[in-house]
Design a protein around this ligand. Structure first.
Ligand SMILES: Nc1ncnc2c1ncn2[C@@H]1O[C@H](COP(=O)(O)OP(=O)(O)OP(=O)(O)O)[C@@H](O)[C@H]1O
Length: 217
């Protein structure tokens, strides 16, 4: 993967995420973690190579199919991408509303989840009135509320203290137990080491597996 005339950012990155698996994507800042997540989310087209998503070669996917495919993916970007004119509750409810969920279910589940991520007192707030760490948790709640097939989270604990970071990891574990494939990009090695999930480690644009071998998972 290259950006215009820049250097190669990802090279010979090859791996397979088993459905229902949980992986950490680690590596130093600038290693290409965000770029890889964006490629998986089909937000970036790699300059070479092939991507298969949900057993389909993405090269054969029509642009019109992308929204439906992306709805199967919960994603937490580093810039959160919250809708500024909607309350916290309405931001988090969005995937459920798009999926046609009943309002009564939304009113029950969304506040419950917001409570779990420590935002129970902010359900009616607008995102701009929250701190960065709080906005990040809104983005996380929105990513998990619809129980996606795949969860991609980019530094989801980057702006919170240790206690909340563990709570968020438990949330991802719970989602994984219910069948979601999870991939968490982070350079918080201390947090990663508290869990025994496999790590895909990016260094110099290449993937180093748990045993130090190139690629494969
Ligand atoms: N849109 C872009 N245009 C040009 N270069 C880019 C672009 N996006 C990323 N890069 C470059 O690609 C490399 C990898 O960036 P990326 O954001 O994927 O790293 P990262 O591992 O996620 O880093 P961090 O942990 O700091 O978020 C960096 O050298 C970055 O400058």
């Amino acid at each position: 993967m290259r950006f215009r005339d820049g250097p190669t950012v990802l090279e010979e990155v090859s791996f397979f995420l088993q459905s229902g698996s949980f992986h950490f994507l680690t590596g130093p800042s600038g290693a290409g973690k965000s770029t890889l997540l964006k490629i998986i989310y089909l937000g970036l087209k790699p300059t070479s190579g092939r991507v298969r998503l949900f057993d389909r070669d993405v090269a054969g996917i029509a642009r019109a199919e992308l929204p439906a495919l992306r709805r199967k993916i919960g994603v937490v970007f580093q810039d959160f991408r919250l809708l500024g004119h909607l309350s916290v509750l309405d931001n988090v409810a969005l995937p459920l509303r798009i999926a046609g969920a009943k309002e009564a279910l939304i009113r029950r589940h969304v506040p419950e989840l917001l409570d779990w991520v420590g935002l129970g007192e902010h359900v009616n707030a607008l995102p701009a009135t929250l701190s960065g760490g709080q906005q990040q948790r809104v983005a996380i709640a929105r990513a998990v509320i619809g129980r996606p097939k795949l969860l991609l989270a980019d530094e989801p604990t980057g702006n919170v203290d240790d206690q909340i970071a563990m709570r968020l990891l438990y949330l991802f574990e719970e989602l994984n137990r219910m069948g979601t494939t999870v991939m968490i990009a982070t350079h918080n090695q201390g947090l990663v080491d508290r869990f025994s999930y496999p790590q895909l480690h990016l260094r110099g644009g290449r993937l180093i597996g748990p045993g130090g071998d190139s690629a494969a998972a």
